[in-house]
Write a protein that binds this ligand. Structure first.
Ligand code: NAD
Ligand code: MG
Ligand code: MG
Ligand code: MG
Ligand code: MG
Ligand code: MG
Length: 337
């Protein structure tokens, strides 16, 4: 697989253009600030009365209502919540989008599943950083970057790919490496990863471990340290040195327990069988349809999930223990608000 770095990307493809970043959340604030610091002419598009307008302006950015930001722009990067993009595209983006402009995304969901059907005159591409916005910003400021995927869905101008690469370079991603893909592969692997492993899988593993210890009579504080808090220490080792590096770093006792007891907690073949079902629902569009219906109904399942999971004892003990550790800053919540 060809990986693109800074010398493969020509900032000239983005620096002469007017870029509108729509949304000032996790990705939006990071893209807008990194583009600005790379010398790109950037404005932020927001809803009227958005609380983010003051934050964007305090950071030295121009904030405009979405339709106005789009009218000015040669490149429109859509960094709104995925479930709102279709409606905002139809009502506020497409009617104001210049002939021949570029429409860009950080996730392929809406284009791949047909929620957005872009006009034929537009370039449509994606730059999807493989990390949350606060890291996209802080790595850029350190002189580094978060790797990104790039993909082209529609190339009306003939220069969609070099423009996407230039955008990736301007947000710092080409310092780390830019990997070419397709909207289909990015969307399907992203959904599968967050459902099976990163969010759905990991939270259930943590919950099962915590509840097992507490139900056996151990103090919840101890259960929290062993099954929640220390996850980060292990994940950091995996992140930096892979599974083998993590196993090298832990005690031999822990490593022996890993090899001999891991399958008892997470039976590999059975788990893969279930994960293939998750993947099937993603690939067939079954998950996407369900998520769109959920949104049409006003997100009742999301609300119920937040209520139910937010009241779990793990949250109460966690809040108390985190307060004992002032070195833990709720960076994500602070920045995204
Ligand atoms: P977010 O929820 O953090 O921020 C969305 C922003 O859009 C907020 O500023 C919100 O106020 C604003 N907004 C909501 N509705 C709006 C409307 N109707 N008009 C104008 N503004 C509106 O979202 P995010 O997590 O940054 O995700 C943005 C995109 O980036 C999504 O496509 C997501 O899949 C993708 N992405 C996110 C991450 C991540 O780690 N957060 C990583 C890679 C890609
Ligand atoms: Mg979010
Ligand atoms: Mg992802
Ligand atoms: Mg995702
Ligand atoms: Mg331990
Ligand atoms: Mg060891």
């Amino acid at each position: 697989m060809k990986i693109y770095y800074e010398h493969d990307a020509d900032l000239g493809f983005i620096q002469g253009k007017k870029v509108a970043v729509l949304g000032f959340g996790s990705q939006g604030h990071a893209h807008a600030l990194n583009l600005r610091d790379s010398g790109v002419d950037v404005r932020v598009g927001l809803r009227p009365g958005s609380r983010s307008a003051a934050r964007a302006e305090a950071a030295g950015l121009r904030a405009l209502p979405t339709p106005e930001a789009v009218r000015e722009a040669d490149v429109v990067m859509v960094l709104l919540p995925d479930e709102t993009q279709g409606k905002v595209y139809r009502e506020e983006i497409e009617p104001n989008l210049k002939e021949g402009a570029a429409l860009a995304f950080a996730h392929g969901f809406n284009v791949h599943f047909g929620q957005i059907r872009p006009r034929r005159d537009l370039d449509v591409w994606m730059v999807a950083p493989k990390g949350p916005g606060h890291l996209v910003r802080s790595e850029y400021q350190r002189g580094s970057g978060v790797p990104a995927l790039v993909a082209v869905h529609q190339d009306a101008s003939g220069s969609a790919f070099p423009t996407a690469l230039a955008y990736a370079k301007a947000i710092g991603a080409a310092r780390a490496g830019v990997i070419p893909t397709t909207f289909k592969d990015e969307t399907e692997t992203d959904l599968f990863g967050e459902q099976a492993v990163l969010c759905g899988g990991l939270t259930r593993l943590i919950q099962a471990g915590f509840e097992t210890l507490v139900e056996a009579g151990y103090p919840p504080e101890m259960a929290y340290f062993e099954t929640v808090h220390e996850v980060k220490l292990i994940v950091d080792l995996i992140y930096e040195a892979g599974l083998r590096g993590m196993r090298y770093s832990i005690s031999n006792t822990a490593e022996y327990g890993d090899y001999t007891r891991g399958d008892l907690a997470v039976p590999l073949e059975e788990t893969k069988r279930r994960m293939r079902e998750i993947l099937r629902q993603v690939q067939t569009g079954e998950f996407a349809r369900e998520w769109m219906l959920e949104n049409q109904a006003g997100q009742p399942v999301l609300e119920a999930g937040r209520k139910r999971w937010g009241a779990h004892p793990i949250e109460e003990v966690g809040a108390r223990l985190r307060a004992m550790m002032p070195f833990l800053r709720a960076r994500v919540l602070e920045e995204v608000g």
